[in-house]
Every structure is written in C-alpha cells, then in structure tokens.
Design a protein around this ligand. Structure first.
Ligand code: PGA
Length: 254
C-alpha cells in the first residue's frame, strides 16, 4: 500500500519576518535543486508569515503551507483567533491540530479539537492531528490506551469520507524538544497500534491510506531509521525545521 509520505516543519513561535523569509528561500532553493523523491513537504510557520511563505514557495509541486492551529469557530467576536477559512484564503492547505503544546498551554481538550478538525475539513484544509503521551503515562505503561482514547474522543465521530482526509502525527511529549527520541521500534509499535485502532472503527482499507507521522526530536541523524519503519509515513519536525540544511536532510531521509 503506497501512502503519501509527508515531512512537515512546525516552526512554533520562532522567526521574525526576515528570518522566516530567509529560511523559506533556502528551503525552496534546496527543494528545486535536490528533491527527486515523492515526498510532500509542508511548512507550518506562525500565522503572520503565511502570506510571505506562500509567495516564496509559489506553485512548486509537493511543497505546501499550513497553519499551526485554527479556531474551533467559523467567524465572529473571538479576539486574537484565526479561522480555518482565513488560513485557506492565504493559500494554506494543511493545519496542525491538537499539538501537545496547545493542549498543555491553551487547555485544548478532545472535544474542542473535534470542532477544529471539522472547521479545517469544511475549509478544505488537511488536518495534521497530533496525539501522544506524557512521560508519566509512558512509564505507567498505559500509553497505547491513552493515545487511542485521544483519537476516539476527537475523531471517531467523523464519517468515513472525512476521516479519510486526515493525517495523524504521533508525538510522544517526552520526546518533543528534549533531544530524546523514541526509538524506531517504539515509534513503529505505536504507529501500528494507531493504525489498528483506526481499522477497528473505519476498516482496514481506510486505515491503510492514513499517513501517520512521527514527531519528537527527529533529526537528520535519526530520521532515516525512523522513516524506515513500515507504519511511519514521515515526520512532524520542530527544532530541526528551523535549519534549512537539517530539514532538507530529513526530507531526503526516505
Ligand atoms: P521537536 O518538535 O522536533 O523540536 O522535538 C516536534 C513538534 O513539537 O512538532
């Protein structure tokens, strides 16, 4: 089964305008020169960069722009919020939903995330839905149950056609920004469990088409090993996506 391979860069709250443009231009140039493989690359800068990033990447095939979040509401008096419809109007085609930093610092819960996913889908954005356990949960051995519950609670109300449009990112919280990566076997084990869980609800054919990305201290040094696993379809890259050479090397790791 050929699934879409995706490497998405999550810039988080980094880069001023000049830095963002420089980083994007470097990536665009490298992709023009070097990329031969069939990998979809998504840049997820802070909202304020969307337009300049979109202009710089233009219509290069396989290179897309996405948001890091969107509102669970359509429009209206929600000061500081940005809607999925706005993201789409700026040329975004992806949006990260439910990143653990959003869950932790902004108290996003599984129910609110359902509404965000629906907003994204209604506006033709592909949600990159994040899940993953804390260190406590990993050490208690309940990580699979926890992650499955995150998925069921937020996503299992979707119909088959909508579910089939999702990308899932498994990001163990203990590996994010810590330099401590899950081993490729730990990643494979969880990705397989996620796919099996999806199959139990939506059937194997849909489960087989959903890209499941790994995130958490993914670097050029470990990407090849992690991406070689059968249920790992790419990565959601934080720190290393801010260095064009590292990001490109990760893209080339397939
Ligand atoms: P990291 O972040 O690659 O810096 O660990 C990944 C993420 O949070 O998406």
């Amino acid at each position: 089964m050929m699934r879409k391979k995706i490497v998405a860069g999550n810039w988080k709250m980094n880069c001023n305008l000049e830095e963002g443009q420089k980083l994007t231009s470097e990536i665009v140039n490298m992709i023009r020169d070097e990329r031969s493989k069939d990998v979809t690359v998504v840049l997820n800068p802070p909202y304020v960069h969307l337009l300049s990033v979109k202009k710089l990447i233009g219509d290069i095939p396989g290179l897309s722009v996405g948001g890091q979040n969107c509102s669970d509401k359509d429009s209206g008096a929600y000061t500081g919020e940005v809607s999925a419809k706005m993201l789409a109007s700026f040329g975004a085609t992806y949006v990260i939903i439910g990143h653990s930093e959003r869950r932790e610092h902004f108290k996003e819960d599984n129910k609110e995330l359902t509404d965000k996913v629906k907003q994204a889908l209604n506006n033709d954005l592909t949600p990159i839905f994040c899940c993953g356990e804390s260190l406590d949960i990993r050490e208690a051995g309940t990580h699979e149950v926890f992650v499955k519950e995150q998925l069921s609670e937020s996503l299992f109300g979707l119909n088959d056609a909508d579910f089939a449009r999702l990308v899932i990112a498994y990001e163990p919280i203990w590996a994010i920004g810590t330099g401590k990566t899950a081993s490729s076997d730990q990643a494979q084990e969880m990705h397989a469990a996620i796919r099996e869980h999806i199959a139990s609800q939506y059937g194997q054919p849909i489960a087989n088409t959903i890209p499941i990305l790994y995130g958490g201290s993914c670097k050029p040094e470990n990407a090849e090993e992690i991406f070689s696993k059968s249920d790992v379809d790419g990565g959601l890259i934080g720190g290393a996506s801010l260095k064009s050479r590292d990001f490109m090397d990760i893209i080339q790791s397939f």
